[in-house]
Design a protein around this ligand. Structure first.
Ligand code: SF4
Length: 356
């Protein structure tokens, strides 16, 4: 098995240096995981270091709203990130220390996670992102933001950064349905996401879409429509990566009030597993799955309680995938030849093209 993986990596590297896109999903597994992708593209597993740029969000500072998305905690989805008052270099050191029991001696992804990480003066963004990618142990930069916070000067900064190291942009889509988007106070229409996706794609910057499973009013059909947009019908489909996230009800959010008032039900594990499998089956095999459930901060988690036991959840997921023989993309209606290596398309990996 090890020899097979090495051969695949060598083939991948040869194709990359020849200017080809290489995204052969390693289907020994049930889905194309971030670890598989990193091993193919970087030759090793990378670990994420959660960083905090100290920025806010237009959905919280009054530009669009003051209340934020209804599921978002006061930490702005960055409850695991380092304190914002620390310089980026110190945040990187502190984050490395935090993960050192699980991982040391390898390279990392600098992940700007909290709030909206392109919502600030471009000079400041250049300073913090450059500081992060200047560290030799940082192999890639991942920036979480909103699609309505990518003005031309930020896009050109991202292009400059990408020429130095791989850059990925994570966009909080959550759903393609405008009714749900209004209900959760996302604050932008689907067309805004489509435009941002196209702009980033044109710069060859991989886009990772966040999708929430279990939003109020959404069942399997609505969720699969979101997956279909990302896999088939969106402007640059299939998307480079997804984070599938179970809807968590966190203390201090408006969702918590709905839940306490009995106006919201959360998914039980028995429903979440087939729903997750249904998403993966409909997802393009070339899309990297960065997350399968997500884990809300335990001190804030109100529901679903089962999601607090991460190990148990992952075991249940693995068992379900194994027993059902799941394969990512098995319901993705693409001809076989588009799934494998030989796409004459320039690199979609975030790596600079060979020779640049
Ligand atoms: S856009 Fe992100 S940071 Fe802003 S309120 Fe929504 S989830 Fe929170």
């Amino acid at each position: 098995m090890r020899r097979k993986k090495k051969d695949r990596r060598e083939t991948g590297n040869r194709l990359l240096s020849a200017g080809f896109l290489c995204y052969t999903p390693p289907m020994e597994n049930h889905f194309y995981s971030l670890n598989d992708y990193c091993r193919e593209q970087f030759g090793e597993k990378l670990y994420k270091l959660s960083l905090n740029a100290g920025l806010c969000c237009p959905n919280r500072d009054g530009t669009l709203d003051t209340r934020g998305c209804i599921f978002c905690s006061a930490g702005g989805s960055g409850d695991f990130a380092a304190p914002a008052f620390l310089p980026i270099g110190e945040q990187i050191d502190a984050a490395k220390e935090r993960v050192s029991r699980k991982f040391s001696g390898g390279r990392y992804i600098a992940y700007f996670q909290a709030y909206t990480n392109t919502y600030g003066p471009v000079e400041y963004l250049e300073q913090i992102f450059t500081e992060a990618i200047s560290r030799p142990e940082v192999a890639a930069l991942s920036i979480a933001t909103r699609p309505d916070c990518l003005p031309p000067e930020v896009l050109s900064l991202l292009a400059r950064l990408r020429a130095r190291k791989p850059v990925w942009v994570e966009l909080g889509l959550q759903t393609v349905h405008e009714d749900t988007a209004r209900l959760i106070r996302r604050g932008y229409p689907l067309s805004c996401f489509s435009e941002a996706w196209s702009s980033l794609h044109a710069l060859r910057i991989p886009v990772i879409a966040h999708v929430i499973l279990g939003l109020p009013g959404e069942g399997p059909q609505e969720i699969y429509e979101t997956i279909r947009y990302l896999s088939k019908s969106g402007p640059c489909a299939p998307i480079d990566g997804v984070k599938l996230q179970l809807l968590h009800v966190l203390e201090g959010t408006d969702l918590a009030e709905l839940y306490r008032a009995g106006r919201l039900t959360v998914l039980p594990l028995e429903e979440y597993l087939p729903l997750l499998a249904g998403c993966l089956k409909r997802l393009s095999p070339s899309t990297v799955v960065h997350r399968l459930t997500g884990d809300g901060p335990k001190r804030l988690l109100l529901a679903p309680a089962w999601s607090a036991d991460k190990k148990k959840v992952l075991n249940a997921v693995n068992r379900y995938f194994r027993d059902s023989g799941l394969r990512q993309g098995e319901l993705y209606p693409a001809p076989k030849e588009t799934v494998l290596i030989s796409l004459p398309k320039r690199i979609k990996t975030g790596l600079p093209p060979s020779g640049s």
